[in-house]
Design a protein around this ligand. Structure first.
Ligand SMILES: [Zn+2]
Ligand SMILES: [Zn+2]
Length: 93
């Protein structure tokens, strides 16, 4: 069983199916830096466990990275580091 998930987003969240919303996004995966791909917003802390729709809890991932996160191959700590780096970048502006 091997499926290529790159360029494929989990159709979990109805909002990402909205074409206009997709066009408004950067299409850049915040983890691997892949550009012009179909990205999907991932909740670092799932809504089920109390995660919010705040910037610090949301990360833009390509289909491949998103799958790896959900498979547990990419750890939450790694995502948190990316958020931290993103914050530092914004502060330096
Ligand atoms: Zn990626
Ligand atoms: Zn996700």
């Amino acid at each position: 069983m091997s499926i290529d998930y790159s360029g494929f987003a989990f159709p979990k969240n109805a909002r990402v199916k909205n074409k206009k919303l997709i066009d408004d996004k950067n299409h850049i995966c915040e983890r691997c830096g892949k550009k012009n791909c179909w990205t999907n917003t991932h909740h670092i802390k799932s809504k089920g466990s109390g995660g919010n729709d705040t910037k610090d809890n949301l990360i833009e991932l390509c289909g491949n990275c998103h799958r790896l996160v959900h498979d547990g191959i990419i750890e939450k700590e790694e995502l948190l580091k990316i958020i931290k780096r993103r914050k530092q970048k914004n502060e330096n502006k």
